[in-house]
Ligand binder design. Sequence first.
Ligand SMILES: Nc1ncnc2c1ncn2[C@@H]1O[C@H](COP(=O)(O)OP(=O)(O)OP(=O)(O)O)[C@@H](O)[C@H]1O
Ligand SMILES: [Mg+2]
Length: 233
Amino acid sequence: MQGTELVYELFNVKKRYGGRRRYVEALRGISLTVRRGEFVAVTGPSGSGKTTLLSILGLLTKPTSGTVKIFGKDVSRLTDKEATLLRRKAIGFVFQTFNLVPWLTAAENIEIALAIGGYRGNRKRRVMELLEAVGLEDRADHKPAELSGGEQQRVAIARALANNPTVILADEPTGNLDTTSGLQVVGILRSVTEEGRTVVMVTHDQKMAEMADRIVKIRDGQILGEVIPSVKA
Ligand SMILES: Nc1ncnc2c1ncn2[C@@H]1O[C@H](COP(=O)(O)OP(=O)(O)OP(=O)(O)O)[C@@H](O)[C@H]1O
Ligand SMILES: [Mg+2]
């Protein structure tokens, strides 16, 4: 599994929600390859299928048809248990609304992720390392309400990185942030790709998308085209 250059290979992926008579065709034949260490932005209008695509990449949703491979393995051949284990080990999630536990400190929010992932080393030390990686070592004891939006999102990224995932999937991670904090958050996501991780980020914001290596544009559940941004911030 390690050393595989291709992280995702999607071929003609379709996703239909609903029953036989009333349904929504959320994805209509997506083919996409994502490599190790790549930073891919996915843009498109509301309802175009971005979150659906991300949840398929996160092994949270199964496609209705088509093939999804992760690290060269056909996802349809995994049992639910295998998919859950793989997700826990290899994929970190970041959401628009941060999703931190409000009554826990920044450090504790990260520590639970380590506990869930079965981290065997010194948890406190690992938490501090992760907080340092996002520039928040002096906010360890703050609860989410005592942090700015950008700081909360940086804690959420530290939490997503806790179990050393190969892939980070981020759905509108800057949607609730001003431009400055947004660019800082995307800068951190960029920097984790330099460690060989892969990031797929859904965004409405062109400025954020341009910090990626590639922009995949989707419309009505189909890929409209891909753009390589010329200038990196
Ligand atoms: N669980 C579901 N059941 C039924 N329909 C769904 C479900 N999830 C999404 N849809 C529909 O599938 C389509 C794609 O939704 P999706 O959430 O992927 O869009 P999106 O691009 O992420 O939009 P946004 O930018 O508003 O977040 C929409 O028409 C939506 O109504
Ligand atoms: Mg969405």
